[in-house]
Design a protein around this ligand. Structure first.
Ligand code: AHG
Ligand code: MN
Ligand code: MN
Length: 339
């Protein structure tokens, strides 16, 4: 049985193209891949190994953690703290920057992650995933990495990726030269390149939004979705389809695969809680935006490119609208019209 290009082979070949690199980045990716394989296995065995259900603890966002949120966070930390490639890490499940234990060498990268996105889907055997973003520690920074070091706009990401644990497990990554997708071959335990150079079609007839919040939406989002719902008889003159998996990672993966738009806008309910959105900038919106843009799509808050937002907090939130270029441009124009 011939084996396709493994993810390790892919990154070593990439590394050979760039003169004088240390191999640190490739080694870091390797550890992230192993962490995701371990999380994939925990997710897959589910109830058989007692990993489902609530952990009865709360994270910094005030959300009840699932056992798998905690397990996935721990697996990611343990796999990435020892090798000397990262300076520090930050995650949805930890209030503050994670400093490496003193015995491990410090590296030049910062790793930010959502260990398990869509974790409520574990209750219903639905798709979940891991999202990560790699930043370079700012030049000249000394001592232990601080929160400030992480507060870089998404445009400075070195790499962004996600692992989706669906009927098959996939890893999708970008280093700023397009997007590649790899599928886990369970028989040999390796991610194999199956979706080279992923591209989001510019036009679509599919949208993804939690319509139960419709009564709280602001006029531009309301207008966009109303026009989609009006279908052939409305101003768009075509019928639209709706899909919502309840995990950003699964919804955006679908957008990457066949086009569409994913929206988690700010609304009156979110504003009433003094929040700027639901999804988190550093470990959800930025990495997914980098991937979507590299696949030819767009990612906006409605009024600003997500990857240009200046972060002020590790757990900052923002509105998210991303996907097929022509649809996102339309959504942006509706926001401009409303100003
Ligand atoms: P997480 O499980 O990491 O907290 O993220 C859940 C997010 C996102 O994946 C999903 O799109 C959204 O929450 C769903 O929110 P609603 O339940 O408000 O639709
Ligand atoms: Mn999430
Ligand atoms: Mn999560």
């Amino acid at each position: 049985m011939p084996i396709g290009t493994t993810i390790t082979e892919y990154f070593i070949e990439e590394q050979r193209r760039i003169k004088g690199v240390s191999g640190d980045f490739t080694a870091l990716i390797n550890d992230i891949v192993i962490a995701c394989k371990a999380i994939s296995s925990a997710v897959r065995y589910g109830s058989l190994v007692g990993v489902l259900g609530t952990a009865d603890t709360e994270n910094i966002q005030g959300e009840t953690q699932k056992k798998l949120d905690v397990i996935a966070n721990d697996l990611f930390i343990k796999r990435n703290e020892w090798a000397g490639h990262v300076a520090a890490m930050a995650s949805e499940e930890m209030a503050d920057v994670y400093h490496l234990p003193p015995q491990f060498p410090r590296g030049k990268y910062l790793l930010v992650f959502d260990p398990l996105d869509g974790s409520t889907n574990t209750d219903v055997n639905g798709a979940v995933g891991t999202i990560f973003s790699i930043l370079r520690r700012p030049e000249g920074a000394v001592g232990e990495a601080k929160e400030d070091d992480f507060l870089q706009p998404g445009a400075r990401q070195v790499c962004a990726g996600y692992a989706l644990y669906g009927p098959s497990s996939m890893m999708v990554l970008t280093t700023g030269h397009g997007v590649n997708g790899f599928t886990l071959d369970q028989r040999i335990g390796e991610f194999i390149l199956t979706n080279p150079d992923m591209q989001i079609p510019a036009d679509t007839e599919e949208f993804s939004i939690n319509t139960s919040y419709m009564r709280f939406w602001e006029p531009p989002v309301r207008r966009y979705i109303d026009e989609c719902l009006a279908g052939k008889e409305g101003p768009r003159r075509k019928d639209f389809n709706m899909r919502w998996a309840g995990a950003m990672i699964a919804d955006v993966h679908r957008v990457l695969t066949r086009g569409g738009v994913f929206l988690y806008p700010i609304d009156r309910k979110i504003r009433s809680k003094n929040q700027e959105g639901k999804l988190r900038l550093l470990y959800e919106a930025n990495p997914m935006s980098f991937i979507v843009e590299q696949a030819g799509g767009l990612a906006t808050t409605g009024t600003q490119r997500i990857m240009e937002l200046p972060p002020t907090d590790l757990h900052q939130r923002c509105p998210v609208m991303m996907g097929s270029r022509n649809e996102v441009e339309r959504i942006i124009s509706y926001h401009l019209d409303a100003q």
